[in-house]
Design a protein around this ligand. Structure first.
Ligand code: FPP
Length: 215
């Protein structure tokens, strides 16, 4: 969900206003994804590297996350959205940790749409953590066994990864899971993203031929 900061700067607003607009885009995009027949969506909300941002921005984001759970994600739950979080939990406030667990529990039986939120998430960190846990378990490793040590082994591998705001990078997102994902880079800043942009990325995806290394 990249581009919140630039969206705010272009309007002479504080960066927090960009993140707030980003929460509206998240809700809009999930609703559009449901309408377009998508079944599962993972979004990158906060990376392990985002802790390096200025304290005022971190504080604003850490206030926004519980608020978004209460305001947007509970409403999505009433539309049948199951939400789960991937990433570290130990550095979030006790309140946020509690709200994450509550939302996961409250939506556990929802089946219309699966939403995965990467929070305090880093792909390398996830792989190292999985390797550590696999070593501690003393199991013989193959790919399916390794996957079982990831944050959410049941999360489907992404078919399509969309990076907003014109940046051409993966930035530590789902490194294991997106080995064969198709990539879409769009110039739209995240707060302006919505149905039109999602539809266009899906149309482009539909025209591609996936080979998974074969002919
Ligand atoms: C990246 O844009 C965006 C973030 C670091 C935060 C995204 C978080 C939200 C939209 C809130 C969602 C809330 C929940 C609970 C899922 P940036 O600030 O790096 O943009 P820039 O590159 O233009 O500065």
């Amino acid at each position: 969900m990249d581009g919140n900061g630039r969206w705010a700067r272009r309007r002479g607003l504080p960066v927090a206003a960009g993140h707030r607009a980003g929460t509206k885009a998240l809700r809009r995009t999930v609703e559009a994804a449901i309408d377009l027949g998508v079944e599962s969506l993972a979004v990158y909300a906060f990376s392990t590297e985002n802790w390096l941002r200025p304290p005022e921005e971190i504080d604003a984001l850490m206030e926004l996350f519980p608020e978004t759970i209460d305001r947007e994600l509970r409403d999505l739950a009433s539309q049948g959205v199951r939400t789960r979080f991937i990433g570290r939990r130990d550095r979030a406030s006790a309140e946020l940790q509690r709200k994450m667990i509550e939302l996961e529990e409250e939506t556990a039986e929802k089946t219309r749409f699966q939403l995965w939120i990467a929070f305090d998430y880093g792909g390398r960190g996830e792989i190292v953590e999985a390797a550590r846990r696999a070593a501690a378990a003393g199991v013989e490793l193959d790919e399916p066994t390794f996957r079982s040590f990831l944050y959410a082994p049941e999360m489907p591998d992404p078919d399509l990864v969309i990076r907003t705001s014109g940046e051409l990078r993966i930035s530590n997102f789902l490194l294991w899971q997106s080995a064969y994902a198709e990539l879409a880079f769009v110039d739209t800043l995240w707060p302006d993203f919505g149905e039109e942009q999602l539809r266009s990325a899906l149309d482009d995806y539909a025209s591609r031929r996936r080979r998974f290394g074969g002919r």
